[in-house]
Design a protein around this ligand. Structure first.
Ligand code: PLP
Length: 406
């Protein structure tokens, strides 16, 4: 029997011991996740399947396919479908509180792909990039693929510490700074408006790009965050990553890059686009209908309603059930609560015990580019409903207490 340590990911091959099954048998894998029966996995950072709008996409796809317009099946325009970009620009303008021009948008197959393409086009192996500590752990994986040198900078409650950034800029010449300025993954922190302005000035003075991963900008549950970092851009030094993964469905693999046309030209004229044409024209055409029919708007307000309740439920369960040694900031948006435990606790080492008690959390060390943050963990409130969130926290609390962490 194939055995594996639970990591929230599926093994891709299964073996069994009997009869013809003795041979290697390919498991039919349909999604990225495989949560063992009975496990509550607060480590995963995705919407629940029940929040994925099948009917809405069914309607939009039927509408688009009934238009007798074969263009959505042709190679796409390099910046992305023009009508889709117009619809997206208008919709973002309404939500961002700042004008978004369709010419400043480039369609991607998601924020991850946008980030990967930025690395391809702007960096060489060995180049330096700056990140926050903690940082979105899968962005760190992309930087490792491109063999970039990563230097991390601390954050406080107002976001990235700009004094430390300035000190780092005196020593290093980074190609770009990767930042999650709003409802940060994993910390939940939002960069203040004052720091946004200063960061833009620094990027111009020290000649580096800011790659702003703003995928959580529209998921705000209390007060609205400052406008996106891209709307503070004065010198053409910002590239903003947006995505339908968090506001519609990750399986669509659809997102966008926003930046000055001079920057976007690098993408439009890249070999990838020259050869394959604009990215994801078929899905863009369908999602254009989702936007134009107002369905995206309704879905976003439904998501905000559900996530607001789930964020409050997770926070209240943590307050009620966890030992006082655990501290955290109230969630205002995004998907996550970042908990801090005493420095003597290494969350990664707790995992086997937690898994035996059918609970998983994401250990802080994954979000560190220096092997630190071991006494932190990321909990997600987007995947589970209120009852499961409370049950998950109850299991975590029991486990910590029984391990003597009170
Ligand atoms: C900060 C951040 N960026 C990017 C992604 C991935 O986005 P996409 O599905 O658009 O590639 C995630 C998903 O968890 C995320 O949290």
């Amino acid at each position: 029997m194939f055995t594996y340590t639970y990591s929230g990911q599926k093994p891709s091959l299964l073996t069994t011991q009997t009869g013809w099954k003795n041979k290697l048998m390919l498991s039919i894998q349909t999604t990225q996740l495989n949560i063992p029966t009975g496990m509550i996995d607060l480590g995963i950072g995705q919407p629940s399947p029940s929040l994925l709008p099948l009917n809405m996409l069914d309607k939009a796809a039927r509408h688009r396919l009934s238009q007798a317009d074969p263009s959505l099946l042709a190679y796409g325009a390099e910046p992305g479908d023009g009508f889709f970009r117009l619809a997206l620009a208008e919709w973002l303008t309404k939500h961002y509180g700042a004008t978004v021009n369709a010419d400043h948008l480039f369609v991607t197959t998601g924020a991850s792909q946008g980030l990967d393409l930025i690395c391809t086009l702007f960096t060489q192996p060995g180049d330096t990039v700056l990140v926050e500590e903690p940082s979105y752990f899968l962005a760190l994986r992309i930087f490792a693929d491109h063999r970039l040198k990563v230097i991390s900078l601390p954050m406080d409650n107002d976001g990235l510490n700009l004094e430390v950034l300035e000190a780092a800029l005196a020593q290093h010449r980074p190609v770009f700074l990767y930042t999650v300025p709003v409802f940060h993954n994993p910390s939940g922190i939002t960069l203040s408006a004052t720091r946004r302005r200063r960061l833009i000035e620094l990027s111009e003075q020290h000649d580096f790009l800011i790659v702003a991963d703003e995928v959580y900008q529209l998921l705000a549950y209390n007060t609205a965050p400052p406008p996106p970092l891209i709307s503070f851009d004065r010198f053409g030094t910002v590239l903003s990553l947006g995505s339908f993964s968090k506001i519609l469905a990750p399986g669509l693999r659809l997102g966008w890059l926003q930046g000055q046309p001079a920057l976007l030209d690098r993408f439009i004229n890249s070999g990838l686009l020259d050869s394959g044409g604009g990215l994801n024209p078929f899905t863009s055409a369908i999602v254009r209908r989702v936007i134009e029919s107002d369905s995206q708007e309704k879905h976003l307000s439904q998501l905000n309603h559900v996530y607001r309740q789930r964020a409050a439920a997770l926070s209240s369960a943590l307050h009620r059930l966890l030992p006082k040694i655990v501290t955290f900031m109230e969630p205002n948006g995004g998907f996550f609560i970042w908990i801090q435990l005493p420095e003597t606790i290494d969350v990664e080492r707790l995992l086997p015990d937690l898994h035996r008690r059918h609970i998983n959390i994401q250990p802080g060390v994954k979000f560190s580019s220096q092997g630190g943050l071991r006494n932190y963990a990321r909990l997600c409130f987007a995947y589970y409903d209120i009852e499961d969130l409370a049950e998950g926290v109850a299991r975590l609390a029991r486990a910590l207490t029984q391990m003597g962490h009170t």
